[in-house]
Design a protein around this ligand. Sequence first.
Ligand SMILES: [Zn+2]
Length: 112
Amino acid sequence: MKVYINPGHDTKYDSGAVNPETSLRECDVAAAVGELVRGYLEKAGCEVMLRQSDNLFYDSDYANRSEPVVVEANNWGADILVSLHCNASCSKDALALALHFQRTLAETQPHA
Ligand SMILES: [Zn+2]
């Protein structure tokens, strides 16, 4: 299985959430988690590509951006793309997990 990992945000354009007390940035946490996930998946026999970027699909105003993540993942033949984010809240009581799925099937594949 080919897994494309996209740790969310990046250090140059958009660091994502920032803890106002510690300055811990979402991009740094996502990068660390992405490297851990890469290690786990490779040990499990998966082929892994990892690139940190917040340019998911031509949604950037920056002309000097590299290829969008979705395009690169599709060109590589990824079976799945996982974009890692660590959302923030001002409430210390906040506890949540958000999962978003998009599944596109080729017309020749059976639909379950
Ligand atoms: Zn994020």
